[in-house]
Design a protein around this ligand. Sequence first.
Ligand code: FPP
Length: 229
Amino acid sequence: MSEKSALPVNVGIIMDGNGRWAKKRLLPRSAGHDAGMKRIIKLVRHACEIGVKYLTLYALSTENLSRPKEELEGLYNLFRTYFEKYAPELLKENSAVKVIGDLSALPEDVAEKMRSICSRSPENPQFTVVFAVNYGSRAEIVRAANFACELGGKMTEQSFSRLLYTADMPDPDFIIRTGGELRLSNFLLWQAAYAELYFTDVLFPDFTDKHFDKAIKDFCGRTRRFGKV
Ligand code: FPP
């Protein structure tokens, strides 16, 4: 007998549309990212409140690193603010903050703030927010394959999974993409093998808690078969 899905455990969000949100208002792209961060702050709390255990946010892809210096500087400033001011509040509330991706290409102070928050996160949190920063799924898989070569011997799906950035996290069971594009853009390709996908035209800064709830409701109404009949 097939059953409807319970609440997703790990929700991934591809937060697209900040630039278009700003353009529509004749504002610089940075204004769209500022509005995006305001949304993140609220959405993280909301996801925790409704009982989602992990929220995985695609904050910067490896490809995004080729954006104009000005735009990147603006994003780095948002990371500074978030990890200095907002992330510590989450730790106090027994939530964890994690970062996946290659931090070596970020300004050292930004990378350090992120590492510090991650290392001070509780071991048994009620909720975890994961930021994918300078993250690319193919690069992650190649990195893991290189570790596997160094280790030698045969890999299983389980042992290979443990070599990924997401080793200690559950796979995303639900991935939402805002901003109207219908693709995964190198986000959690291995981990998303059985994820349910949800696409919305709403631009990320306009993606309210209500939009999130609507997406979750959609997930809860789906029947997940994992390849079985
Ligand atoms: C994609 O929209 C979004 C990004 C490249 C950055 C996402 C970052 C944030 C939401 C804020 C970051 C803050 C923290 C604390 C993580 P786009 O700029 O590609 O939009 P477009 O497709 O409309 O141009």
